[in-house]
Write a protein that binds this ligand. Structure first.
Ligand code: SF4
Length: 335
């Protein structure tokens, strides 16, 4: 029996649900563990950091590089090997750049740091005619300065804050605009041959970095100070992959995993596979091509959990008796 009077009942129903602080702590903890696990895995998979390395962590004032520094400092405290971290910011003298924010933040962390002030903004403005893209020259200048600073600081690794989504977007941009199947590597030798560049956030989703930045309340510096619009294509492709991800959860991860499972015999690069001299061996290859059939659109292994197909239905992947994976529309998706 309801003992409340009608007005009491109304008042109870009108009270907005208060966020449960225990849930917020639980979620932040879960996120922290995931970030640590993914960064630790990237470091291990690509042997990014070795004993006695001095890692120059490039910090721009954006959410990604703040998160990278934050996670690396935390991993450094628990790592079984010794390595040093030096945070570096390049102040390119863009109009409105708040030059006190990063030094104050880095000082508060007690992390060794260096601020390199170089007015590349004026150089780029002077050399690039109005209305043309400034990014290519700007990033070339920035790269040269960072390499020099790394040399002067005795850094053995240069860490950049690009994440999983950046890597997928770069691969698509290279396909769309440069006719290259080429992404953004997790580890590479710099173009001057002198440095090893690493991307410890290679497995981290951008949405997780946004949430971590909000949780940690990093003093974010806006990234639009130069006024350049030339990254519009990148912005559009990023919006496109996030739209796909909303419709087909897991797609960005799949695209990135594809970058580590390349099958040269099923592409067209004659430098990677000897198509012109290909001969039969007479031996069947169980994992070989099914010659005239299209590849199945379904995953090769049926995911355990149903997924939302973006049309209000959940889809369960089923394996048929002929060992084909098919999608079966199930119940209406729950909100
Ligand atoms: S967006 Fe601005 S700061 Fe970034 S590379 Fe382009 S010109 Fe340079």
């Amino acid at each position: 029996m309801n003992a409340n009077t009608p007005s009491e009942t109304l008042a109870l129903h009108d009270t907005p649900a208060r966020p449960d602080p225990r849930k917020a702590v639980f979620e932040a903890n879960k996120l922290r563990k995931r970030l640590h696990r993914q960064v630790g895995k990237a470091i291990a998979d690509f042997n990014m950091i070795e004993a006695d390395d001095k890692v120059m962590v490039c910090v721009s004032g954006g959410k990604d590089s703040y998160a990278m520094l934050d996670i690396l400092l935390s991993l450094q405290r628990r790592a079984p090997i010794h390595f040093d971290i030096v945070a570096v910011n390049l102040d390119q003298k863009q109009p409105g750049f708040p030059e006190d924010v990063l030094p104050a933040y880095l000082k508060s962390l007690g992390v060794p740091h260096h601020i390199e002030a170089q007015d590349t903004y004026s150089i780029v403005k002077k050399l690039i005619p109005e209305g043309q893209t400034m990014c290519s020259l700007c990033s070339r200048l920035r790269r040269g300065i960072l390499y020099r600073v790394a040399r002067e600081l005795g850094a053995t690794k240069i860490a950049l804050g690009h994440h999983r989504d950046d890597m997928v977007v770069t691969m698509l941009m290279n396909m769309f605009f440069n006719s290259r199947l080429k992404g953004m590597p997790a580890k590479l030798m710099s173009d001057d041959g002198q440095h090893i560049v690493i991307r410890p956030l290679a497995y981290v989703a951008e949405t997780d970095l946004e949430r971590w930045a909000a949780h940690r309340q990093f003093p974010i510096i806006p990234c639009t100070l130069c006024g350049s619009q030339s990254n519009l294509q990148r912005v559009q492709i990023k919006a496109m992959i996030h739209d796909w991800e909303r419709q087909y959860p897991g797609r960005i991860d799949n695209m990135q995993t594809a970058m580590s499972k390349v099958v040269p015999s099923h592409l067209m690069d004659q430098r990677l596979f000897p198509f012109t001299t290909l001969k039969t061996t007479g031996v069947a290859t169980p994992d070989g091509d099914i010659a005239f059939d299209d590849e199945p659109c379904a995953p090769t292994a049926a995911p355990a959990d149903p997924v939302n197909n973006g049309q209000g239905q959940t889809v369960q992947w089923l394996r048929t008796p002929s060992n084909t994976i098919v999608a079966a529309a199930g119940a209406e998706a729950e909100d």
